[in-house]
Design a binder for this molecule. Structure first.
Ligand code: HEM
Length: 498
């Protein structure tokens, strides 16, 4: 059995030159899937990349493959940025200490244990609503503060009270640089053409960029880690309940403190802008599709009324909102090519070989926009999820699951339950509290048209800055938020870094 077919190659480069041609690599990789089918291969220098674009292909090769389909390839640019396998869970290979860490993560982020963070999600989302009442134009900053604060509470037992603080600014500036550097096509494919790593500094601007990112992130990590250890020594309860705190409380293997402690920074990276990108897409979509917004609001109002904030127990009674969230995730997945996996052993799919050592791409965007699976995939239509469990055409749901945007196999996102409950609670509360509409031009007063394709195609794909009008629905709704604010602050007090 041979490799699956793929686009024609040229000597030495293989297909490498084709990936860098356009900006949106994930769109190109999706386009090839329409032509070559649900499994195809690319040659990048001497390396092989296999692209999987159907539920069945991902199930066979990755989900069923165990660890054999779930290591990580070396990521040179992540290494240069101080975010490689030694420092970031996301890029760690399947070595024994990573497997041990992943087991600890699985326990900590189990659906049951994730419920522990519901009160923090409720309190932080109340603050988000208040921020949007008082400073609606800053909605993007407020959303990013909110998701970052939740991730920081989970990782370090400490919140992020202000987007403008120098800590949060430094964190997000370095994260923006990192996700840009990691974007497929941003830099040459070093891992598949290793000779490029040895270019002299004058021809290798990425080295200086990477070292700067590394030095800022090391500073951020050290500060948060030392603060956590100080609070632990002082007997602070939250500092032993959070992820890094629990790790060190139960003891990490001698000599591996650095690897384990950096998992906190990885959680910040994995949790902040992924959930943030979802919420920003949601706001953009609500403003663009007033009829979907009105339908979701009507459903929420019938269950919640106007006199209290929505709570998690309301969500199961809101099938349209559930469909709206699923359609937003399908329409604009945050990681449209997932995170690359590495094959640890040969695997077979259809008549093809996926060889040991191949990099495997879970072609999420192609899968979620496949016209054979989804009717009119480029149309935003939550109703598809009311008609069938996975929103697919009749009979096309074999091997489908609802969480392809969270990856697959042994590396599937462990934060999916926490992220799910954050998305659900926040979506309920935003739609309950506000009207979202397209902003008006300050000059002509005419609505500014929204562009649903104006997305930054970095490692995490999120809407580029856009304007949107966010207005509280009524004085009563504002009053409910203000009434809830004191209790929320009181609850969050435990996560203030005293
Ligand atoms: C909408 C929100 C989110 C999305 C779309 C998302 C998506 C993903 C994806 C696609 C992966 C790679 C999976 C693979 O390799 O197959 C991943 C990994 C990961 N995610 Fe998430 N994620 C989200 C939120 C979160 C949150 C809130 C946390 C924790 C606070 C988290 C923690 C992680 C970690 C630790 C990994 C690395 C797992 C590994 O490499 O073994 N994620 N996520």
């Amino acid at each position: 059995q041979g490799l699956p077919p793929g686009p024609p190659t040229i000597p030495l480069l293989g297909n490498a030159h084709m990936l860098g041609e356009g900006k949106d690599v994930y769109l190109k990789v999706a386009e090839w899937a329409r032509y070559y089918g649900d499994i195809y291969s690319l040659k990048i220098g001497g390396g092989t990349m296999v692209v999987l674009s159907s539920a069945t292909a991902i199930k066979q090769v990755v989900d069923k493959g165990g660890w054999a389909g779930s290591s990580r390839p070396e990521n040179y640019i992540a290494e240069v940025c101080g975010s490689g396998s030694e420092f970031n869970i996301l890029f760690a290979d399947d070595c024994p200490r990573f497997k041990n860490l992943r087991r600890i993560i699985a326990r900590f982020f189990s659906p049951q244990n994730s419920l522990k963070y519901v009160p923090a999600q409720a309190a932080e989302s109340t603050l988000l609503l208040h921020d949007l009442i008082t400073r609606p134009a800053d909605f993007s900053d407020s959303i990013r503060r909110y998701t970052h604060s939740l991730a920081k509470i989970i990782a370090y037992g400490e919140r992020a009270p202000s987007f403008r603080s120098s800590e949060v600014q430094r964190y997000y500036t370095s994260l923006d640089q990192l996700v840009h550097a990691l974007a497929p096509g941003a830099y040459p494919p070093f891992d598949l053409l290793p000779v490029l790593k040895y270019l002299p500094a004058a021809f290798a601007p990425w080295r200086a960029v990477g070292h700067q990112i590394e030095s800022v992130r090391t500073g951020i990590h050290t500060k948060m880690y030392e603060s956590l250890r100080r609070r632990q020594a002082a007997g602070d309860e939250e500092s032993t309940e959070c992820f890094v705190g629990k790790l060190f409380q139960s003891g990490v293997p001698a000599g591996e403190e650095q690897f384990y402690s950096y998992s906190g920074l990885s959680l910040l990276d994995a949790g902040s802008d992924t959930t943030g990108a979802f919420l920003l897409s949601l706001v953009l979509i609500l403003a663009t599709y007033p009829e979907c917004q009105a339908r979701a609001r009507k459903e929420i109002d019938a269950i919640v009324g106007g006199a209290r904030l929505p709570v998690p127990a309301d969500f199961p009674k809101l099938p349209y909102l559930d469909a709206l969230i699923k359609e937003t995730l399908r329409f604009r997945p945050q990681l449209p090519m997932g995170v690359p996996h590495l094959m640890g052993a040969d695997a077979f799919y259809k008549d093809y070989l996926v060889p040991k050592g191949a990099v495997v791409v879970l072609n999420t965007f192609a899968l979620l926009h496949d016209p054979e699976i989804f009717e009119d995939p480029e149309v935003f239509n939550p109703d598809r999820f009311l008609k069938s469990e996975h929103g697919t055409r009749p009979g096309m749901d074999t091997d489908f699951r609802d969480n392809f945007h969270f990856g697959g196999g042994r590396r599937i996102c462990p934060g999916q339950w926490i992220a799910g409950s954050t998305m659900q609670l926040t979506a309920m509360r935003l739609i309950w509290a506000f009207n979202f509409s397209t902003a008006a031009s300050p000059r002509t007063g005419a609505p500014i048209s929204q562009d649903l394709n104006f997305y930054a195609s970095d490692f995490i794909v999120m809407p580029r800055p856009f304007k949107c009008t966010i207005e509280p629905r009524s004085a009563e709704h504002c009053e409910v938020v203000i009434q809830a604010l004191e209790n929320a602050k009181l609850y969050l007090n435990r996560y203030e870094n005293k």
